[in-house]
Design a protein around this ligand. Structure first.
Ligand code: DOR
Ligand code: ZN
Ligand code: ZN
Length: 393
């Protein structure tokens, strides 16, 4: 496939070039490329080509909750959103805490996923926070370890998990929530603080990542830890960067952790600019309308993530497109060691559209972005050298 005349992201900046995709792992960027072998030549004048987007925090719900989402619908939704790699959280049934249940998920991925789907293994058996899983046995089958949805409350168990993560050189993605605090900001802050102190006390290097950071106090803590040289990374989600608790008008604005106030949002935006936040992840959490009405927490985000961030971060002048590419493709891929394939996303940054949940490929309709005007559209998603999604009028 030969893509001509686009602005192509290479080594941190955009240059007008051509992209020749040779196979699933090899490609060439250069001026005036021509290819006799290439059957497909596409002119992309005025469009941008960026590395395929990576979302390290997605709930695909299969197995166990396929009425909410499946690996098939979730991966299609991701492809439409410009993602070529996603990491699937382990709050499914059976829990991916042993080789058998992990292989079972992998079989569905091999059969149904239209993009690269990497799965998380559980930190503890059945995500109950009591007994850590066999990291050394599971590590070759999973991208990282998380108990997302649940924190690891016990200090002792978390210490063991940090030890195992360090020894096996794997990443822990922590859902930080300390149940002894009612205030969600304190709850998040105290759990992150506990983990940082454990890592300091143990005096070891561990790939420790904080999921969905939502508040000012947590950001200050992480910024300080980074200054002290602790190996810590973190993500936030688009909804925390766009909304505050004053915007909550329906159940589609309810997630865990909840939306913060203006100061929290401001601190998160600042942290996006100064590098304290390493990446943006959606925490795509599909639920049925009935489940939302009965209190299920979470919002979907795969199909709106790029446009929402382009509109609210780049169009507003807060960051440039290069930094957004770092936040949504480069940094998550580096931190999670996502394998490098011929994965690209093609953008039309001039296009705008109105979000309509009934056009989503996800089974979920629980979006807080319904009816909002967004700038920046994904026009092609290319995974392992093949077009897996394409915008048609
Ligand atoms: O809002 C949330 N939804 N927070 C979580 O931690 C879990 C997630 C889900 O699985 O729905
Ligand atoms: Zn979580
Ligand atoms: Zn989650």
């Amino acid at each position: 496939m030969l893509l001509k005349n686009a602005f192509i992201y290479t080594d941190g900046s955009f240059n007008s070039s051509d992209l020749l995709i040779i196979n699933e792992k090899q490609w060439i960027v250069g001026k005036n490329l021509s290819s006799i072998e290439s059957k497909q030549v596409i002119d992309l004048t005025g469009k941008y080509i960026i590395p395929g987007l990576v979302d390290v925090h997605v709930h695909l719900r299969e197995p166990g909750f396929d009425y909410k989402e499946t690996i098939l619908t979730g991966s299609k939704s991701a492809a439409k959103g410009g993602f070529t790699s996603i990491c699937a959280m382990p709050n499914v049934i059976p829990a991916p805490d042993n080789i058998n249940s992990i292989k079972m998920v992998q079989d569905i991925i091999n059969k149904d996923a239209c993009i690269n789907v990497y799965q998380y293994g559980c930190i503890t058996e059945n995500r109950q926070g009591k007994k850590t899983t066999e990291f050394s046995m599971l590590k070759d089958y999973v991208t990282s370890f998380s108990d997302d949805g649940n924190p690891v409350s016990s200090d002792l168990v978390m210490k063991e998990a940090i030890n195992k993560a360090s020894f096996n050189d794997v990443l822990i993605a922590a859902h930080c929530e300390d149940f002894s605090y009612d205030d969600p900001r304190m709850s998040e802050y105290m759990n992150i603080k506990r983990d940082i102190e454990l890592i300091k006390d143990m005096n070891i290097t561990c790939r420790y990542h904080v999921c969905h950071v939502s508040s000012k106090k947590s950001i200050e803590l992480i910024r300080e830890a980074k200054k002290q040289g602790i190996s810590i990374t973190c993500e936030t989600a688009p909804h925390y960067l766009i909304f505050t608790n004053e915007d909550v008008i329906s159940e589609n604005f309810k997630m865990n952790p909840p939306l913060g106030d203006k100061e929290d949002k401001q601190a998160l935006l600042q942290a996006i600019c100064d590098g304290t936040i390493d990446m943006i992840a959606t925490d795509h959490a599909p639920h049925t309308h009935e489940d939302k009405l009965s209190g299920a927490m979470g919002v979907i985000g795969l199909e709106t993530a790029f446009s929402s961030m382009y509109t609210y971060l780049v169009e507003t002048g807060l960051i440039n497109l290069e930094r957004l590419v770092e936040l949504m493709a480069i940094n998550p891929a580096t931190t999670y060691r996502i394998p490098g394939y011929s994965d690209f996303t093609v953008l039309d940054t001039d296009a705008d559209y109105i979000v309509k949940a009934d056009t989503f490929l996800s089974k979920g309709r629980n979006t807080p972005f319904e009816g909002m005007r967004m700038k920046g559209r994904i026009i092609k998603t290319i995974c392992k050298g093949k077009i897996v999604w394409e915008f048609t009028q």
